[in-house]
Design a protein around this ligand. Structure first.
Ligand SMILES: [Zn+2]
Length: 253
């Protein structure tokens, strides 16, 4: 198990005030004891596979190319490690799942998960993306809409209707298990948002639920694809984020 991280991810940049450096700094402290690997920036070929030039230039004009490409580089490294059968968690910011080919919103600029999947797509056939963020990962879905080799499952996203209100932890976990059971895949990527946490905006999942989710993905991957799995941080804004991340990693490792 590797944690993909560098101090450079703690840079301050112009974004929503809730998306602070402590979101990665504190989990990194909490995960001391794990093996860390440092990512570099994603290269322009990898970014251009996913985003239109106009969008890339807009991100650059806002002074966000550096942080956005470093975050994407973290996701790429995690996906590459997964293919070497080394599970990895990319502790990265800014998040990415609201970034589409030609636009982005919701504190996202480049779609880290999509860039990572694009990078490894010539080495694997079927990819399963499980998005456990509170919000629907519209960017990732838009990007892979016509790609039948990439299956994306958003578990109970709050902005997809009132279904969320009927969810409890048990049903949520059952959704994760069903996705892993029902679909075919050669690698699993988790868009790991933690804003579904009981003290965060979603008010649903407890710390130990994240360990269970991590373990479900581990077991599914071990059964179906030689354990190839990686996760990238998406949302999560409560100070307890560090404990939720650690809990997830404990199940995932
Ligand atoms: Zn979110």
């Amino acid at each position: 198990m590797k944690i993909v991280y560098t101090k450079r991810l703690e840079e301050r940049y112009n974004t929503n005030p809730v998306e602070i450096p402590d979101r990665v700094r504190l989990p990194a402290q909490e995960l001391r004891g794990y093996e860390f690997v440092e990512p570099g920036q994603a290269n322009i070929e990898d970014i251009s596979r996913v985003h239109e030039r106009k969008h890339i230039e807009r991100v650059r004009a806002r002074g966000l190319f550096g942080p956005a490409s470093l975050s994407a580089g973290g996701a790429v490294l995690a996906a590459e490690l997964a293919l070497e059968e080394e599970p990895a968690f990319a502790l990265i910011r800014p998040p990415g799942h609201h970034a589409s080919r030609d636009h982005s919103w919701g504190m996202c600029f480049f779609n880290n998960m999509a860039i990572a999947v694009g990078r490894i797509s010539n080495q694997v056939k079927k990819v399963l993306i499980i998005d456990i963020d509170l919000h629907f990962g519209d960017g990732t879905v838009n990007i892979f809409r016509w790609n039948e080799d990439v299956n994306i499952v958003n578990i109970g996203a709050i902005d997809m209707g009132f279904e969320y209100l009927k969810l409890d932890g048990e049903r949520y976990l059952a959704g994760v298990a069903a996705a892993l059971d029902r679909l075919q895949y050669d690698v699993v990527g988790v868009s790991a948002g933690f804003d579904t946490y009981v003290e965060d905006w979603g008010g649903l999942l407890y710390r130990e639920d994240y360990q269970k989710i991590g373990r479900l993905v581990k077991e599914g991957a071990e059964e179906r694809c030689e354990g190839r799995r990686f996760a990238v941080l998406e949302g999560g804004y409560h100070p307890d984020l560090r404990y939720c991340v650690k809990s997830f990693v404990r199940g995932f490792e």
